[in-house]
Write a protein that binds this ligand. Sequence first.
Ligand code: ADP
Length: 264
Amino acid sequence: RGNQAEKEIPFAKPTSLTRVFAVASGKGGVGKSSVTVNLAAAMAERGHKVGVVDADIYGHSVPRMLGVSASPTKVEDMIMPPTAHDLKVISVGMFTQGNQPVVWRGPMLHRALQQFLADVFWGDLDILLMDLPPGTGDIAISVAQLVPNAEILVVTTPQQAAAEVAERAGAISAQTHQRVAGVIENMSYYIAPGSDERTYLFGEGGGQLVADGLTKALGAEVPLLGQVPIDIRLREASDEGTPFVLGDPEAAASQTLRQVADSL
Ligand code: ADP
C-alpha cells in the first residue's frame, strides 16, 4: 500500500492510446450515469474496447445499470474487473460492504481512484469512461492530476438552475487545463406514446446555455453534442441492467446517444 503513490497510471502517459472521458454534472439525478453506460455500450458495439470506472461515490449505480453482480477478482497484484455487455467495469460499490453509504474523504477518494486506474487490469483499452460524482468536488481535481489528458463531458438537464451548476462543474477544467469535449442535455423533452408532440417537462435551453457559457469561459468551442429525450423505457432498462441503446436501439433516446458516441 505504501508505494501506491509511485504506481504509474497507464492512461496518464503521453503515449497512451486510450482516450479517457470523465463524465461530470453539476447536480445529481440528471442522468450522468445513464449517459455514461449508454455511451460506453454504444462505443463497445462499434467494436471499441471500452472500460467504465464508476467513481460516483454517492451514487455508484453503474453496476446495477449494466447488470453486473460479480465482484472483481484478484490475480497476483492486479484487480480483474467484471465484464458486462462487452464492457470492463469497476465501481466504488464493489469495494464497500452491502449498501452502506461511503463517507470517504478527499485523500482516500484520490487513492481509490488511483488504484482503480493503476491496479485494475484494463488491458489495451480504446476508451475509458469515468462516471464522476456530481458537483465540482475533489474528485474532479484528482482526475485532472491522475489523468491530465482526460476529456470532460458535461451532462445537464434543460433547466436553467441545473445549467448554472453544470457550467460551474465544467468551468473547473479551465483551471485544470482539460479539454471539454462537449455537453449532453438529458431529459430534454417527452413524447407521449402515440403522439409526436414534444413536451418540455424541464424547460428548454439548458444544454445550449452550458455549451455557450463554457465556450466563453474556456475560449475554445464546446459543442452541444445531443439532446436526449425522456423515455420511461430507458429508466426501466437501466433498472433491469441493460443499456437502453442495446435493448431498444430504435428509440429516439438511443439514436441520440449513439450519435453522441459516434461524434466523440
Ligand atoms: P445521475 O447519475 O446524474 O445521478 P442517473 O443516471 O442515475 O443520474 O439517472 C437518474 C434517474 O433518472 C435514473 O432512474 C435513470 O434511469 C433516470 N433517467 C436518466 N435519464 C433518463 C431519460 N432520458 N429518460 C428517462 N429516465 C431517465
